[in-house]
Design a protein around this ligand. Structure first.
Ligand code: SF4
Length: 323
């Protein structure tokens, strides 16, 4: 394999080209039991462990092992199946991958965006380049950036739009693509294979034990006034809530009279917690006065945990007030 292919696959280990390359060595999941794949498995283990303990620095054994370790790490994580760990890893890995990109890769970045994620974008400009993204693709990308609604900075209504295309700088396009890669890893690492070789089970068990030993105590669910759905979401915070679940919980807490600071406290156990971003997003939800969705919508989303205490309420905010 030539250096150009290796360089490309290192920059885009989630690409079709990288998958093809890996398939030369790993034809089936059983192949992961072969001793020659041990270095790549150990690298994948180190990479996941470094998401748990940042003091662990994975080695740099060269592009080929790095490329091989990408799908292997996803298989190990899907075997462990702990969402908060997967999230921590996905954020870190996407960051690492994107650190290999530069403005010189713009053409390839736009191509890969289309091929892998269906993002319709075009590079414009001669000397100072920028990117225009089809509005639907843009909204999908921007929603990968954080919790809750799209922030003001990324809100399409605050952007230049021409013929249904949103203008972004090269730096912004890279940031959007990095967020998409993070979500892509999250998805890939949440599909456990039907069976995995014993050595992978062993690695997964080791990592899981190390992780669970370090997990902080969970937030104690507040009982009494909160409905079952919200108590459940509060319990799940330290496992990592989805984008929409975080928005719903924040909107609920704020509307039940919690301050931004008190709401922030609930999210502190989140695996990807970032005080600055969370403060901004919660403040934004409060300022906009967003309400949590109706019980019917929460049921559709699989968040409703109705019991006899809910009665016939239509919105979690009515819990304990109207029966
Ligand atoms: S009925 Fe409403 S309040 Fe009760 S658990 Fe379901 S969504 Fe929550």
């Amino acid at each position: 394999m030539d250096n150009l292919t290796l360089e490309y696959c290192l920059k885009f280990p989630f690409s079709q080209k990288a998958r093809k390359l890996v398939s030369l060595k790993v034809k089936s999941i059983e192949d992961l039991g072969k001793p020659q794949l041990l270095p790549a498995i150990l690298l994948a283990e180190e990479k996941i462990m470094s998401a748990i303990k940042p003091s662990i620095k994975p080695g740099s054994p060269g592009p080929w092992l790095e490329i091989l370790s990408y799908p292997i790490a996803n298989i190990i994580l899907s075997t462990i199946n702990v969402r908060s760990l997967t999230y921590k890893y996905a954020v870190r890995e996407a960051e690492k991958i994107a650190s290999r990109w530069s403005a010189d890769d713009l053409k390839a970045l736009v191509e890969i965006g289309k091929e892998e994620f269906g993002v319709e974008a075009i590079v414009i400009g001669r000397d100072i380049k920028s990117v225009v993204i089809d509005l639907v693709s843009y909204i999908k990308l921007a929603s990968c950036l954080g919790i809750g609604p799209i922030s003001e900075q990324w809100d399409p209504s605050n952007r230049k739009i021409t013929d249904g295309h949103v203008h972004v700088t090269v730096k912004e396009y890279i940031r959007l693509l990095k967020a998409k890669v993070k979500n892509h890893i999250l998805e890939a690492a949440s599909r456990p294979p039907a069976s995995v070789p014993a050595n992978i089970l062993e690695v997964a068990g080791r990592i899981k034990n190390a992780y669970l030993r370090g997990v902080k105590h969970r937030v104690k669910p507040r009982t009494g006034k909160d409905p079952p759905c919200m108590r459940w979401l509060i319990r799940e915070v330290d496992r990592g809530l989805t984008h929409i679940s975080r928005f719903i919980l924040a909107a609920y807490l704020l509307n039940r009279g919690k301050t931004v600071k008190e709401t922030l406290e609930v999210f502190k156990q989140s695996p990807d917690y970032d005080e600055k971003i969370s403060t901004y997003q919660i403040t934004y939800i409060k300022r906009k006065g967003y309400l949590p969705p109706s019980c019917a919508r929460l049921e559709e989303l699989g968040i409703c945990k109705k019991d006899e205490t809910c009665g016939d309420i239509r919105n979690p905010l009515q819990y304990g007030r109207k029966r």
